[in-house]
Unconditional design. Structure first.
Length: 163
């Protein structure tokens, strides 16, 4: 055990990335869990990364060896999260689990009209369909041959996968 623990840093609104950059420039080990999201801007889908916990990041510190004074005056930092005026350490297993999960959260590949998809949930599980369009952020419109006719289905994005 190296005596270092993870602590939670609260950042000023909208300045999480600035705080991360300035803390890393001061040679502190930090971790900002990011998730990749698909957002619609100007009627087009774009992938962007956003903090999993907006306004917070993790910092790895030793209570005895590290200098804690510059952290509070770092640009973008509000305070170290604690109780009774003392910063509380975050369990190492929580940060390790977050690192593993955030690495696995890859964005769903963008779909193009006419591509084949497989339905993975619900009554049509394991059937193939043709992607037609997105219906909002979390739903898709699919074309599927049912009873010798092409029918439109609207399903959650999470219940399909690209073939």
């Amino acid at each position: 055990m190296d005596g270092r623990d993870w602590y939670l840093v609260q950042c000023k609104p909208g300045e999480t990335l600035r705080a991360l950059e300035h803390l890393e420039n001061q040679q502190y080990e930090c971790y900002l869990p990011l998730v990749t999201l698909e957002k619609i801007r100007q009627r087009k889908r774009h992938l962007c990364q956003e903090p999993l916990f907006p306004g917070y990041l993790f910092i790895h510190l030793d209570q005895l060896d590290d200098n804690w004074q510059p952290i509070r005056s770092t640009r973008g930092v509000t305070r170290l999260v604690g109780f009774g005026g003392l910063p509380l350490p975050v369990d190492d297993s929580l940060v390790s689990a977050l690192k593993m999960r955030c690495n696995k959260m890859l964005p769903k590949a963008s779909l193009e009209k006419g591509e084949k998809v497989r339905i993975t949930e619900g009554p049509f599980c394991d059937l193939e369909a043709i992607f037609e369009a997105f219906d909002g952020n979390e739903r898709v419109i699919l074309l599927m041959n049912l009873l010798h006719q092409q029918q439109r289905l609207t399903l959650p994005t999470s219940s399909i996968c690209k073939i």
